[in-house]
Ligand binder design. Structure first.
Ligand code: 5GP
Length: 208
């Protein structure tokens, strides 16, 4: 069986990354796909469920898990810890599931060191103004928080050159098509196709 592919999607908050990922998961696919559920010390937002959107834990628990080497990568973002647990990912990849990590540039750097064949995708908003509109449109945050998030967004965007692919999320459907194309591109690589179609090539090359 061919192992699953690992993908990283990074974006400044407000670029539409979460919506793109959930649309991708609903899209028709030749292989199973899952988004990794991260662990975080931040408080749940309205509508977020423990174990579905994140594993919400206390800072003390997170630090204990760091010491126990639970995490593939972890980082501090907006003053909270976020981390990806190794066990869940390795299990999914070995079952042939394509795994998507929704993590920041710091996490992307760590995963790249451990798994050089990871495919990394940066999602950008179409403009700074539109990014700010989208952040305000959520209606959840104060002006101070928005200003802070805009500064964080700039810091996230400053790492765009480290990624394999860039998607500009102006028109949502176009961005989704771009994302599906990148995923299929990875799956169609010779290294994967020769494993999937080993019997076919044995047959095509048989002398009878
Ligand atoms: P939010 O609090 O809005 O859900 O996420 C804030 C930021 O943390 C996003 O950029 C998101 O990609 C990032 N993030 C979420 N989970 C992880 C993780 O497990 N590791 C790292 N490094 N970043 C994460």
């Amino acid at each position: 069986m061919v192992k699953g592919n690992l993908f990283i999607l990074s974006a400044p908050s407000g670029a539409g990354k979460s919506s793109l990922i959930s649309a991708l998961l609903k899209h028709e696919s030749s292989r199973p796909m899952q988004v990794s559920v991260s662990t975080t010390t931040r408080n749940p937002r309205p509508g977020e469920e423990n174990g579905v959107h994140y594993h919400f834990v206390e800072k003390k628990t997170f630090e204990q898990q760091i010491a126990e080497n639970v995490f593939y990568e972890y980082a501090e973002v907006f003053g909270n810890y976020y981390g990806t647990s190794s066990a869940a990912i390795d299990e999914q990849l070995s079952q042939g599931i394509d795994v998507f990590l929704d993590i920041d540039w710091q996490g992307a750097q760590q995963v790249r060191m451990k798994k050089p064949d990871v495919t990394t995708i940066f999602i950008a908003p179409p403009s700074r103004k539109e990014l700010e509109n989208r952040l305000r449109g959520r209606g959840q945050d104060s002006d101070e928080v928005i200003a802070d998030r805009m500064a964080q967004a700039q810091s996230e965007c400053s790492h765009y050159q480290e990624f394999d692919y860039i998607i500009v999320n102006d028109d949502f459907d176009t961005a989704l098509t771009d994302l599906v194309t990148i995923v299929n591109n990875q799956r169609l690589k010779r290294s994967q196709q020769t494993t999937v179609y080993q019997d076919l090539f044995n047959d095509l090359l048989a002398n009878d």
